[in-house]
Each structure stands twice: as C-alpha cells, then as structure tokens.
Design a binder for this molecule. Structure first.
Ligand SMILES: C=C(O[C@@H]1C=C(C(=O)O)C=C[C@H]1O)C(=O)O
Length: 447
C-alpha cells in the first residue's frame, strides 16, 4: 500500500484557499442543458460529474493524491482531511458540491496496480436545482478575491473529433470470453459461488487523440438518466449509483438483471415485462440488493429496501433497478457518521459488479477473467469538505491511455448465475459496450 501526493499535506507550503461564489451567467437555469457545464471544460484533463444538466465540471489540478492497495480509500480520505484541516474557505452558496471538492476514481481490485486517485481541481463550476456557482481552489496565505468566470475559463475550443475508430480484441477475445462465462457457470454449479460478475475489454484505436469532452457531450445527451463522468482518463455514463450521501441521508441505485432493447418501443415494453418476471434476473438482482443493504446497515439507523425492482429504460438496455435508502448514524464509538467515500469503500464491491459471496467471487474473477479491470467497475465520483458526495460505479466506461490518447480500453461485464447462457451473456456485454462505442462515434447512428 502506498500514498503519493503531488503536494503532500505536510509539505503543502500554504493552505488551500477555497472560494465559492454564485454565478448568474450560465445558461438558462430553468431548463438546464448538459452543454452549459460541459462547454466550459478545457481539453486537458477535464473533470466531470453531470446528470440532466446538473452536477460539477472542473479543471486544473491544485493537488493529486495517488493511492494503492486495500487501504486506498482510507488513505485518500486521510490526506483529504489533513488538507482540509488547514484550508481557508469562504463558501457563499452552501450547497452540496460547493466549497472544497475532490474528484476520485479507484480500482476495482485491491491488488490492481491502477490503485486510485483523488484530484483537487483548481476551478469547479456546479449547478443544482436552478442555482449555479463557481469555486476556485488555490493555495496561499490568505483568502483570494472573489473569482469571476471570465478570468478562469479559457476560450472555448470545441471537442476534437477522434476520427475513425478501429476496434480489436482486448485481453480476451469475444469467443474465448464465452468460455470464461462457461467456467463461471461451472463454478456456480460446483457450489463455489452463487453469482459472479464477469467482464471483458475491447481495445479502440482512434485516428486522432481522444478528447474526453467529445465522449462526455455525446454521453450526456444520449444517456440523460446516467451520471456522465470523467476523472483522470476514466470516462463514461454510469446508470449505477454506488452511494450518494447528503445531510445524513444515503441513497444507492442498485442495478442487476438486464435485457437488450430491440429499438422497437412496443417490443421493448413486452421485454420489460419479461425482465420484471425473469427468475434468473430477479435472482441476480436480489444478490446485488442484499449486498448493498447489508453493507449499509451498520451505518444506518433505518434503511428502506424496495420489495420489488423497477425497470430502468436506457437507450441500449433495460435493467432491473432498486433505489435503496437509509438514514445515517454514527457507528458505536464514533463522533460522526462516515463520509461518502468511506461508505463507497464499505459497499465496494457490490454483488452487481463482483458476485456472491464477495470474497469467493473476487477470487474467481482473478482466476478466470484474464484481465486487470483497473478502474472499471470501481467507485468514481466526488466528495466535499463535510464528506458528503456522490460515487458511481464506473460502468459503461472506458480508460483513455495516458501515454497514447488514441488508445482507449472499453469495458463491459455481466452477472452470471446458474441459469446463465454464455452466448446470451456475450450479447449482453456487446449491448453494454454500445454507450462507449457511441461516445467515440461521429453521428447519431454511430455506435
Ligand atoms: C457489469 C456491468 O453492469 C452490471 C451488471 C448488470 C447485469 O449483469 O445485469 C447490470 C448492471 C450492472 O450492475 C457493466 O455494465 O459492465
């Protein structure tokens, strides 16, 4: 386990200086458009967490903390608290996402060299429920003057078109991945696990370096009910919220159980009904919901777990979905309730992306999946000074290669139970690759 900061807390010569001011000149707040926020982003290292035009975009790096190992979440959180302890903050808006903010992305597996990162940006622009704000985070001896958007936003450079994209096999070819799924089913039948989530990657090579903003804009428009994110080269639009923690209330959107859409609305209504009654999918879903409910329980005075899932309609697939909620309480002996990142650490990996039981499923994934998931299926999101924040599961996502941004690794996985069928899972994984293929494409039908 190791922690590295580009500006370690004890070596930061000056405290963080954080100013949040209201912003009036950002689009029509009554009908938020994701472009209003995303259009502000520069090409270099854009940070984003947006949904239906609300959320946060950020750029610049005042501090970066890289972590590895099983303690990666706790290490990141410790450094964040150390830095905050000395921060000079004036927050004139006082909403979730105002004041100091850090974005993070963490590896799925404790043993992955991808580890994790939190980035404290230099500039954040946020919007929520018709209110918009600007935060600057610098370091210095005293409070800086109130920032103005015009001073911190560069000239708008439209997202760069990646050009033609060629797709090739990732670590495991599609054919061989069917065998991986078959091995997973054998392990379930042998009683090693009840459910395992198996994933694959696909390598994309674009004609030009991939500008994350190109993907973000396409994803935010096409997948408005998802959380469109960009943190340290990890880009995607996830439908699955690992945890949101806000003023003592915690929410998790659990997905598991999937059916592909046909493109025909009537047929899809019929498919939604099939999904809602499919015992195989309901079983997969139940494992995922129980894992979240059990992980939240020690931190909550009460939880609400829906009896039956609803069907979430996305352009590419339909999912069984449950919104689990809870009221946070301080665990015995602790003064405060845990931060959103600690909750994410406690929840991760849920059975929606790992399996049941967790340890055996993770071992099975290590043994048969044949790739390092890196930050795919790990927590991605942001948190603030009070620990509140939002962490999604990095699904429907891709990693832009930092050494060669023409290269992008796309990921997709599927929950496997005893009744699963390898060719059907392969087809489901293809459907889950559609959002990122679309994101790298060039016109509406490109996917
Ligand atoms: C693993 C992924 O998705 C997860 C698996 C699902 C399933 O198997 O039905 C559904 C949603 C996600 O929890 C992915 O998109 O890569």
């Amino acid at each position: 386990m190791s922690t590295q900061t580009s500006a370690p807390a004890d070596a930061v010569p000056q405290p963080l200086v954080v100013r949040t001011v209201p912003l009036d000149d950002l689009g029509d707040t009554a009908t938020p458009d994701p472009h209003d926020l995303l259009d502000l982003l520069p090409t270099e290292r854009p940070l984003a967490w947006v949904r239906r035009g609300d959320g946060l975009v950020a750029w610049g790096e005042t501090m970066r903390v890289t972590v590895t190992g099983a303690g990666r979440f706790a290490d990141a959180e410790r450094v964040w608290h150390e830095v905050l302890a000395h921060a000079i903050v004036r927050d004139e808006v006082q909403l979730p996402g105002t004041g100091p903010v850090a974005f993070g992305s963490f590896a799925f597996d404790d043993e992955s060299p991808a580890g994790g990162v939190i980035v404290v940006p230099r500039v954040v622009v946020g919007r929520r429920g018709g209110r918009t704000w600007l935060t600057t985070i610098t370091s210095g001896p005293r409070l800086s003057p109130a920032p103005r958007l015009a001073d911190v936003v560069g000239p708008r450079v439209p997202p760069l078109d990646p050009g033609g994209v060629v797709y090739t096999d990732g670590a495991v070819s599609a054919d061989r991945w069917r065998e991986v799924v078959a091995r997973g089913i054998d392990a379930i039948r042998a009683g090693e696990v009840d459910k395992v989530v198996l994933a694959r990657d696909v390598q994309a090579r674009a004609e030009h370096p991939v500008d994350a903003r190109w993907a973000l804009e396409r994803l935010a428009v096409q997948y408005p009910s998802c959380w469109t994110f960009s943190v340290d080269g990890m880009v995607g639009a996830t439908p699955e919220l690992l945890v949101r923690s806000e003023k003592g209330l915690v929410t998790s959107r659990v997905l598991a159980g999937t059916i592909r859409r046909t493109g025909d609305d009537d047929a899809d209504v019929a498919r939604a009904a099939i999904l809602a009654h499919s015992s195989k999918d309901l079983e997969e879903h139940e494992y995922a919901v129980s894992s979240v409910a059990q992980a939240l329980e020690p931190f909550c005075s009460s939880t609400n777990v829906p009896d039956v899932p609803f069907v979430l309609h996305l352009p590419n697939v339909l999912h069984l979905a449950s919104d689990v909620t809870g009221v946070l309480t301080a665990p015995t002996g602790a003064a405060a309730h845990p931060s959103s990142l600690s909750l994410a650490a406690a929840l991760h990996p849920t059975a929606a992306v790992c399996g049941t039981p967790t340890t055996a499923a993770r071992e099975l994934i290590r043994a048969i999946e044949g790739m390092d998931r890196a930050r795919y299926a790990g927590p991605v999101g942001w948190f603030g000074a009070d620990g509140d924040g939002e962490w999604g599961i990095a699904l429907r996502s891709a990693a832009i290669d930092p050494d060669d941004p023409r290269k992008v690794r796309l990921f997709a996985g599927c929950g496997v139970v005893a009744a699963s069928d390898p060719p059907a899972e392969l087809a489901e994984s293809e459907a889950k690759l559609v959002p990122m293929r679309y994101a790298l494409g060039r016109d509406a039908s490109d996917s």
